[in-house]
Write a protein that binds this ligand. Structure first.
Ligand code: XLS
Ligand code: CA
Ligand code: CA
Length: 437
């Protein structure tokens, strides 16, 4: 059966096209800075938003119209797999990502739940034999079921910790079975709502223990995909333990896990943390931990995780700048952890939204590549910090200077001269590239 009969394969038609079902900027074969757009961008479809989400919010019921709506249970899960591979093919998507509970319903026991999972994983595996679409990452949903009300690895209830361990064990087996390139840990309900009832130290120690068990089990079964932590500062808890990249890095170092993890950076989580998307990507890049990206955007008027499709070219350009400077995404990708707005409820909107996101990143890639080719920021930064490449600055960075030699220097140097930072000029220059590229 064809689930999206109204949409044919989406092709590239160029920037003048008015066809909503065509790419205007994303031309998979086009070579930019030595690689095809497809190789650079590694787009991925998020199963939860595209095939599972129903448009309900705290104020209203489901709005999404989906071709599998009339089905339930395992029949619905199977229909979603069929529809998923149709959409992947029509969008020419190289990757997808899912939580265990997105793809198969829970049963009445853990055993039954795992059996449901086995059936759907088997079906996905069969589709993957003939499809080009690979699994970017999978993860375990340890936040929806009421058993996780107090968290999973950071719960106050040891039985829940054990259940969570069993769930991640199974998810790692799934990752291995389907050849996932990465495995993601997003904190879910790992955090706290009030310190008045929280043993902060025990919770963090248990999280460290849990992560070590995951590393050990992956090794045991020969899963070689990259482990990723996805930082988020709040929501659903008041304080999420993986607050942002710097916090997650400190956690990894404290618990001796730093050689096993990189980051999965989500744009909307960065902004919730009071950072820009570029900040989080830069922080990863300079620390060698840029793993993958959840490509979406938030809304500056709203203080929560809106998971909108990325259409802000400023954001996509600066993200692609960091990614190119990083030498690419290696095992990662640009995963659209984004959902059509509640008001965009027709099945066709699933294509329109992804096309918008893919085109926005394709344009961002081209502008970023041109900025790097012209060494725009590199020249500005080199000039701004040139005092550290000679004289006293060089002595500081090579470790030759100390407080005594610096005091002697400062006492003799009565003329400190600073130069303008020229932010506005730089932003205007960036605009020129955005408009002309
Ligand atoms: C929620 C997260 C989640 C992760 C995967 O805010 O973005 O969807 O990406 O568990
Ligand atoms: Ca995410
Ligand atoms: Ca999110």
């Amino acid at each position: 059966m064809e689930y999206f009969a109204g949409v044919k394969e989406v092709g590239y038609e160029g920037s003048k096209s008015k066809n909503p079902f065509a790419f205007k900027f994303y031309n998979p074969e086009e070579v930019v800075a030595g690689k095809t757009m497809e190789e650079h961008l590694r787009f991925s479809i998020a199963y939860w938003h595209t095939f599972t989400a129903d448009g309900s919010d705290p104020f209203g019921q489901a709005t999404m119209q989906r071709p599998w709506d009339k089905l339930s249970g395992m029949d619905k899960a199977k229909a979603r797999v069929e529809a998923a591979f149709e959409l992947f093919e029509k969008l020419n998507a190289p990757f997808f990502a899912f939580h265990d509970r997105d793809i198969a319903p829970e049963g009445s026991s853990l055993k039954e739940t795992n059996e449901n999972l086995d059936v759907i994983v088997g079906m996905i595996k069969a589709y993957m034999k003939t499809s080009k679409t690979k699994l970017l990452w999978n993860t375990a949903n340890m936040f929806s079921n009421p058993r996780f009300v107090h968290g999973a690895a950071t719960t106050c209830n040891a039985d829940v910790f054990a259940y969570a361990a069993a769930q991640v064990k199974k998810a790692l087996e799934t990752a291995k079975e389907l050849g996932a390139e990465n495995y993601v840990f997003w904190g879910g309900r790992e955090g706290y709502v009030t310190l008045l009832n929280t043993d902060l130290q025990l919770e963090l120690n248990n999280l460290g223990r849990f992560m070590h068990m995951a590393v050990d089990y992956a090794k045991e079964i020969g899963f070689t995909g990259q482990f990723l932590i996805e930082p988020k500062p709040k929501e659903p808890t008041k304080h999420q333990y993986d607050f942002d990249t710097q916090t997650a890095l400190a956690f990894l170092h404290k618990y001796g896990l730093q050689n096993h993890f990189k980051m999965n950076i989500e744009a909307n989580h960065a902004t919730l943390a009071g950072h820009t998307f570029q900040h989080e990507l830069r922080m990863c890049r300079i620390n060698g931990v840029l793993g993958s990206v959840d490509a979406n955007q938030g809304d500056i008027m709203l203080g929560w995780d809106t998971d909108e499709f990325p259409t802000d070219l400023y954001g996509t350009t600066l993200a692609m700048y960091e990614i190119l400077k990083n030498g690419g995404l290696t095992t990662g990708g640009l995963n659209f952890d984004a959902k059509p707005r509640r008001e965009s409820f027709e099945p066709e909107d699933l294509f329109i939204t992804h096309i918008a996101g893919m085109d926005s990143f394709a344009k961002g890639l081209k502008v970023a590549a041109k900025l790097i080719k012209d060494q725009v920021f590199e020249k500005i930064i080199a000039e701004r910090y040139q005092s550290f490449s000679q004289g006293i600055g060089q002595e500081i960075v090579t470790g030759k200077a100390n407080f005594r030699t610096l005091e002697a220097y400062a006492l003799k140097n009565s003329q400190i001269k600073n130069l303008s930072g020229r932010q506005e000029q730089i932003k205007a220059l960036l605009n020129q590239y955005l408009l002309e590229c």
